[in-house]
Each structure stands twice: as C-alpha cells, then as structure tokens.
Design a protein around this ligand. Structure first.
Ligand SMILES: Nc1ncnc2c1ncn2[C@@H]1O[C@H](COP(=O)(O)OP(=O)(O)OP(=O)(O)O)[C@@H](O)[C@H]1O
Length: 240
C-alpha cells in the first residue's frame, strides 16, 4: 500500500525539553491509525508538526513522497490535510452551515462548496441543524461539527486530536459509526485516550512515550505488549 504520510527523525525541543525525539512514522493510505501514549508523551506536538502548526527542531515531514517540512499550514490543507484540535475552533455566532462552509472554502471553490457542506453535515448527523447558531449546539454536537469541518475539505488525511473527549456514551457510539464509515476511504490519524475507541477503530496503533515511539502494531499486539502496559501503569494516565 502507498505511504501517504511519513516522518523521518522528527524532533521538537522546547527549551531543553525533548517533547518529540527522532520519530520515524509511516502511515499507509486508507489506514485508521491511533496515536496513544501517557499525558505529555508528545502526541499533540507530533501532529502539530505534521500539520505545520509548529516547525520541527529536526527532521522531515513527507506527504505523498514530497518533503513538506517547510510548507506552511494553509498549503498543507490544500494538499488534503485536515485536522481538529482539542481546543474547539467553532465560531459560536455563525450558523452550523456557515462554519462548515468556511472550512470547506479552505480547499474548495464555488459550486463545490454547498454539496461538500451538506455531505459533511449529513455524515455527522447534523444536517437538520444546518441553520442553527453553532454556539447553541451541545458540546458533543460542537465536536461533531468540528469533524464535519474537517470532512468538508474532502481530506486525504484527517487528523483528530482527542475527538471523543467530553462526549457522552451515546455520542461516542455515533463517533465510532462515523469513523467506521470513513475507514478505507479517508486515511485517519486519531489521538485518543479512550481505549475502547482505539481498540475498536484502529487498524494499527502507534504508542508514544517520552517523545519516542515505544511500540507499533495491531490492537491485539499493543494490548499484549508489556512495555506499553508498563508505560501506562507507571504514568499518570493509568485509566487510558
Ligand atoms: N509550547 C510549548 N512550550 C513548552 N513546552 C511544551 C509546549 N507544548 C508542549 N510542551 C511540552 O511538551 C511535552 C509534550 O506535550 P504534548 O502536548 O505534545 O503531549 P500529549 O501527548 O499530547 O499530552 P496530552 O495527552 O496530555 O494531550 C509536555 O511535556 C508539554 O508540557
């Protein structure tokens, strides 16, 4: 299978702190990959370098075989990278539809925008709320709206940073259904602490610990990995 995204020797140091250190990462096209690890392991820092939100101290980001390390974030969106981050990026005063249209216009133009908006809203189950003010949505629906904002860009790679954080059980079940529908069509990189979500959705899992890749494998392989269990049980996120 073709490699969509790769990193080589990717590192980020913050004033002596090695947040990410020498990460070699390969994500084949069409895969759902979970990125897990204890709090502070470097997950958000790694995906921030992949998206171009922060620049690496060392190393390369490669997308479809092209070195994009120096490419600004908005140009990576044009290549087909979409992402949602832990902090909500919804504009409260705009309607649900306007929020998704703004996101869609980062990549699409003209007559392509409206169908992309409706399709993305339908996928997350929010089409009937298109005209509603986004600030009036429940927290769970705002998280789904953010995913719709990513989907409306017809991404090649969708990066989701803790998408189920703060969601109710029923909303988590809806999220799982959504990702299962996308699986195989869109390559997904998912930072997630909820282990049932990870184990049920991921084709493969990459475990980060102290900024380095500790393990990589299928859910069963990771579940059986002693080093992973030690990292979690020894860390401050034993429930993860
Ligand atoms: N802008 C920054 N300046 C200084 N240190 C930072 C900065 N961003 C992150 N760090 C540090 O880098 C390390 C990795 O943080 P990061 O947020 O990437 O971890 P994480 O695995 O995403 O954690 P969590 O699961 O809690 O979200 C942490 O020690 C964090 O405090």
């Amino acid at each position: 299978m073709t490699t969509l995204l790769a990193t080589r020797g990717l590192s980020k140091h913050f004033a002596g702190l090695r947040a990410v250190e020498g990460v070699d990462f390969d994500l084949p096209e069409g895969e759902v990959r979970a990125l897990i690890g204890p709090n502070g392991a470097g997950k958000t820092t790694l995906v921030s370098m992949i998206c171009g939100r922060i620049s690496p101290s060392e190393g390369q980001v490669i997308f479809e075989g092209r070195d994009i390390t120096a490419l600004p974030a908005h140009k990576r969106i044009m290549l087909g990278m979409a992402y949602t981050f832990q902090i909500t990026s919804v504009f409260d005063g705009l309607s649900v539809g306007e929020n998704v249209a703004l996101a869609a216009r980062r990549r699409l133009k003209g007559a392509k925008v409206t169908p992309a908006v409706d399709d993305a809203l339908a996928r997350v189950g929010l089409l009937d709320r298109k005209a509603q003010e986004a600030g009036d949505l429940s927290y769970g629906h705002q998280r789904l709206l953010e995913i719709a904002m990513g989907l409306a860009q017809s991404p090649r790679l969708l990066i989701l940073d803790e998408p189920t954080q703060g969601l109710a059980e029923g909303e988590i079940a809806e999220f799982k259904t959504l990702i299962r529908e996308l699986a195989g069509k869109t390559t997904i990189l998912l930072i997630e602490h909820n282990m049932s979500v990870v184990m049920e959705l991921a084709d493969r899992i990459t475990v980060l610990n102290f900024g380095e890749v500790l393990a990589e494998g299928t859910p069963d392989e990771i579940h059986a990995n002693g080093a992973v269990q030690t990292a979690y049980l020894g860390g401050d996120h034993a429930s993860a």
